[in-house]
Design a protein around this ligand. Structure first.
Ligand code: UDP
Ligand code: MG
Length: 311
């Protein structure tokens, strides 16, 4: 039977938290009194995660487990979970209990009222280093600027989405996946739900600086072509400055004053500006090729009315 709720939980070396996440998730989901499934993705863990998940699947028929053959990364693990989810609403939640499962019923309530994407928005973040808080703030600020405020701030992957929205994400074949961006891009009725982000229940973060930077870069590059076009503006500036200087020099020359080394400066500005402008133009084309290559759907239909029944 098709469950009402699917919960997608990516796990990478989470032996220290799985028992507790399972316990709290089960408690919450059972309290909601509707059929549900818990989809755990074992993202190529090297510890006892695999065995523990298998044991859960054995004793509980609402548990499903997907074992990856290798580590694919958090965003890929969540994407796989979305592909396998069959529920009418899909919840994405971290295994480490930083996202409190107890918030899920509130998300579901909003969903029942017709909100198709209920995203968790962090009111506070416990137990995170000052460095992480500061970099997160800077990053979200930059993203807002680069994407003209297309993304909500302080929002991670913790969310509940309608199956129609999950379907849109399933139909986006891009490899560099920045899911929170993809969800925002999909449209539909979206609303935040404020929550307090907890400390990790146990174990350590699997998002070292390198992975964070990759995620940050994926976010910028998948949703903004401004960096590619930056050379165009720089180039036009220097080209203009060089030509203006040349004009001034010509006037001075007519007035009988040779420009000397200033001619060289003008030539350099014009040349440098031309090269940069050329790069910017290439960037503009590249942005188009990239856009086509992403193969995103052309439009997203929320619903249709008045069509005769499909045969
Ligand atoms: N995760 C994963 N694959 C990875 C890294 C992380 O599936 O390569 C999972 C991890 O098990 C957790 C979630 O993604 O459920 C978030 O990771 P983590 O808590 O380590 O990141 P942080 O909260 O510190 O940003
Ligand atoms: Mg975490």
């Amino acid at each position: 039977m098709k469950p009402v709720y699917s919960v997608v939980i990516p796990c990478y070396n989470e032996e220290a938290v799985i028992a507790e996440s399972y316990r709290r998730l089960t408690q919450v989901m059972q309290g909601m009194k509707e059929p549900y499934e818990l989809i755990f993705i074992n993202d190529g863990s090297k510890d006892k995660t695999a065995d523990m998940l298998n044991a859960l699947a054995e004793k509980d028929s609402s548990v499903r487990v997907i074992h990856f053959a290798r580590n694919g990364g958090h965003q890929i693990a969540v994407s796989a979970g979305l592909d396998y989810a069959t529920g009418q609403a899909v919840v994405i939640i971290d295994a480490d209990l930083q996202d409190p499962p107890e918030v899920i019923p509130q998300m579901a309530e909003k969903w029942r009222e017709g909100v198709q994407v209920v995203y968790g928005k962090r009111r506070s973040r416990a137990g995170e280093s000052a460095f992480k808080l500061k970099t997160a703030e800077l990053y979200y600020g930059l993203m807002q600027r680069l994407t003209n405020n297309a993304f909500p701030r302080d929002t991670g992957d913790f969310r509940l989405v309608d199956e129609r929205v999950a379907d849109v994400i399933r139909g986006m074949p891009e490899h560099a996946r920045y899911l929170r961006g993809m969800f925002a891009w999909a449209g539909f009725k979206q609303e935040p739900l404020l929550y307090d982000r907890d400390k990790r229940f146990a174990g350590e973060t699997h998002y070292p600086l390198k992975k964070m930077l990759k995620l940050a870069a994926d976010g910028v590059m998948s949703f903004s072509d401004k960096p590619l076009k930056l050379p165009l503006w720089l180039g036009l500036f220097w080209l203009g400055a060089g030509m203006l200087l040349a004009l001034v020099l010509v006037i001075l020359l007519i007035a009988g004053k040779p420009g000397g080394l200033w001619w060289l400066a003008s030539l350099m500005a014009v040349m440098g500006g031309s090269v940069l402008t050329g790069l910017g133009i290439m960037g503009a084309y590249l942005a188009r090729i990239y856009d086509e290559a992403k193969g995103r759907p052309l439009y997203i239909v929320a619903e249709t009315r008045g069509f005769p029944e499909e045969i």
